[in-house]
Write a protein that binds this ligand. Structure first.
Ligand SMILES: Cc1ncc(COP(=O)(O)O)c(C=O)c1O
Length: 480
């Protein structure tokens, strides 16, 4: 076991006692003193990392683990990104703390850059509102929507959608498991099937379905007696549709062309707002600044978080159309958090925006994504248990199935995660581990979100290690 920390700390009786030094001791303390409610231990023992750099995490043995999920896409620009880290340390030296009733330049400049960027992408004017953490920004979006609709608390959301774990956010997230113990607090969602064409809920084929799924949604408004539409008042019972343009936790599912355009037509006709959750797919993950830019529709609200600060600070926020968020519609104090728009986070966010304006992330992400996806297609030809691969930019998916290519095989994916974290894969005489994230409705999808700075050599390494991982997981199962 590696030495983890050194030094002393005061004991219960004020005496100095040795600090925890081994990984084993740390795990024992974690097991005794940490709530397990805020984490999930996917492997036993849980994995402990010591440092990170570029695309790699390192454990106590200094074994390199190629990270293909980058903190659920929060670290789009690589671990230890010098430019962004320096923005943080510069701010630390100048103005690290300031109460949120006062102004600081980083907040204002960041809001202006985001709002102008969104105006350039979607042609709508609006404002930016900050908070801490994606779920909190989703909560703020719920407030905006309720405010704009005279307090309506019913929302549409997608099957397979994920919007966070606070009470409001989990009400519009498609897992009852996240709500079962806690009851309902107010907002409720009706969950609509996402266009998950590999497993089309209507048994259609993408080539000739005519977007039948949108017709099914539109049918809800056919008459008063379809239950959600008051034709006399011209009002829907539902205030907004919360979407992820590309589903994240749902398994990096990419909708077919035309889907969102047709859906938006229905929403506009029924005065239902479109809230675009870009918390996971924003900041060029899919090769565009916002994933929704691929689909030719305008959102009313955009929610963002994660990669805005490259994971250095839990800054999140939303943008909304001027009509929804101008100060007389959404007055001062409508939401508040001590740490919202904090100077450290906004300084890094501002530097992220400068970096994104300067470098051509659209082109580089498309190119890297095409290389990775070509490799995944090759991998699929070699492993019958890969039912589907797909990708948009560097949001890539491998759907793992039984040899029939369709029946989900979660157990095989779990085994792959374990073997990846053992750190004993090999390439050119060096040992590596792989850090993978799992998503999908059946938890059988490897959702790949590598660093947007990943090199071609690292993409080739990833493909090589994934190939080994499939072979090892399959053979360990045969042996078992
Ligand atoms: C699409 C989406 N929305 C919301 C959230 C919640 O964000 P947070 O975990 O920062 O609360 C996440 C987190 O993974 C997400 O992927």
């Amino acid at each position: 076991m590696s030495a983890v920390t050194t030094g002393t700390e005061p004991g219960a009786a004020g005496r100095a006692e040795p600090a925890p030094v081994t990984e084993q001791e740390l795990l024992a303390l974690e097991s005794r003193y940490c709530s397990h409610g805020d984490t999930v231990h996917y492997t036993q023992p849980p994995k402990l990392f010591e440092r990170c750099e570029d695309s790699f995490m390192y454990d106590g043995r200094d074994r390199a683990y190629l990270d293909l999920q980058m903190w659920y896409s929060a670290v789009n620009f690589g671990y230890g990104n010098r430019r962004l880290n320096s923005a943080l340390t510069r701010q630390l030296d100048r103005l690290p703390q300031v109460a949120s009733q006062f102004l600081h330049r980083e907040k204002i400049e960041l809001a202006a850059r985001l709002a102008r960027r969104i105006e350039a992408s979607f042609g709508s004017e609006g404002r930016v509102h900050f908070n801490v953490g994606g779920s909190q920004a989703v909560e703020d979006a719920l407030k905006l929507v309720r405010n704009a609709s005279n307090g309506k608390s019913l929302m549409f959301a997608f099957e397979g959608g994920y919007h966070g774990r606070t009470l409001g956010a989990s009400a519009i997230t498609s897992s009852y498991r996240y709500r079962r113990r806690y009851g309902h607090f107010g907002d409720r969602a009706q969950f609509v099937p996402f266009p998950y064409c590999f497993r089309c809920p209507y048994g259609k084929k993408r080539e000739d379905c005519g977007l039948y799924c949108v017709d099914q949604f539109a049918r809800l408004f056919d008459s008063e007696y379809h239950a959600v539409w008051d034709a006399k008042a011209g009002q829907a019972e539902f205030a907004a549709f919360f979407i992820e343009a590309v589903q994240g936790t749902g398994g990096y599912v990419i909708p077919p062309p035309g889907y969102f355009e047709k859906l938006k037509g229905v929403l506009e006709a029924r005065k239902i707002l479109l809230v675009d959750d870009e918390i996971q797919m924003g900041f060029y993950r899919t090769g565009r600044f916002w994933a929704l830019e691929h689909f030719n529709v305008k959102p009313d609200i955009i929610v963002f978080g994660k990669a805005l600060t490259n994971g250095l600070n839990p800054l999140s926020g939303l943008w909304a159309r001027e009509e929804l968020i101008n100060p007389s519609a959404f007055p001062p104090g409508s939401t508040h958090s001590t740490f919202n728009a904090n100077p450290l986070g906004t300084a890094v966010g501002l530097e992220t925006m400068r970096m994104l304006d300067h470098d051509d992330y659209a082109a580089s992400t498309r190119e890297k994504g095409a290389r990775f996806l070509a490799g995944l297609r090759d991998l699929k030809r070699r492993h019958r248990v890969i039912g589907d691969v797909d990708g948009l930019g560097l949001a890539l998916r491998i759907e793992v199935c039984a040899p029939d290519g369709f029946t989900p095989d979660k157990a095989l994916v779990d085994r792959m995660v374990e073997i990846g974290l053992e750190g004993e894969l090999e390439c050119r005489g060096r040992r590596y581990g792989l850090v993978l994230d799992i998503g999908g409705y059946y938890k059988n999808v490897i959702t790949l979100a590598p660093s947007l700075h990943i090199s071609d050599a690292e993409i080739d390494l990833a493909l090589d290690l994934l190939d080994q991982l499939f072979a090892r997981a399959l053979s360990s199962r045969e042996v078992g």
